[in-house]
Design a protein around this ligand. Sequence first.
Ligand code: NAD
Length: 289
Amino acid sequence: MPAKILDGREIALKLGEHIQKEVVHLKQRFGQPLCLASLFIGENPATKLYITAQQKVASQMGIEFQLCHFPKNVTQKEILKLVDQLNKAPEVTGMILHFPLPEQIRRSEILRRVSPLKDVDGLTPENAGQVLLGHVRIGSCTAQAVMELIHATKINLRGKEAVIVGHSELVGKPVGLMLLEQLATVTTCHIATDERGILADHVRRAEILVVAVGKPGLIKGEWIRPGAVVIDVGISRVDGKVVGDVEYEKGEQRAGFITPVPGGVGPLTVMMLMRNVVKAYKFQRVKEA
Ligand code: NAD
């Protein structure tokens, strides 16, 4: 039997209704708008798509949007100056910095400078550290989207074999910690796992498989364990089409649940960003969320 499709758009829509109402309520209560600042350096087409989606969904949610776009040769000093301004600006609720960054920009110094109360991407040391402590305050949008999709299957994660492919700070690492918190047995694979030729061995064991690499077709359909939950985070463009990391047609025949690309993790990631903006707004005012 083919897999059940985990429709990220549908889940995002439901969550969006809730967020919209909360935004109306917060604006009435505090008399101030919510505003997301999006920092974009250079011309990456994938980032442009993400920003267009942010702008659209923010407007649907009643959240203001401010794009801060810089040319590729911007300096570290200029970015830090902007971060300082945004940290201080009372009208700005939160900021997100887009990757990849040009060579001259040092990511960790910038992330250390962003106020954790305005870090709606969950990447400052404070917010990332909270995930390690098992308490997500403002967590990575993509990792939270992955967890929402897994929860939508209603599968009890306790003791399940979870395999993550990809160990980035944005996706693989926080997803691993969040799954561990649910008492899944977590294995994280990465480039060196593949170099050793044992990626397939790990993937074959996965009852929960999360793939976040960005290499189309990396995960072969025949590696998928029958009945597995497959969350494909990867986004690549092949012959003008957006595809994930998993061989979808073959994978769909074996998995129990699978996310499509596009229409799986992506739309939910944008909605998680909006949810983080709402959380940040509340943290800044009532210190609870
Ligand atoms: P990254 O480049 O920071 O990390 C890639 C990871 O893949 C690394 O851990 C690396 O070791 C691993 N890797 C590389 N080659 C591998 C191989 N052959 N076998 C096993 N592992 C390998 O990437 P990221 O920021 O985590 O993003 C990963 C993918 O997810 C990209 O395609 C990105 O566009 C996509 N993404 C999607 C969303 C979304 O909302 N859908 C959000 C963020 C990222």
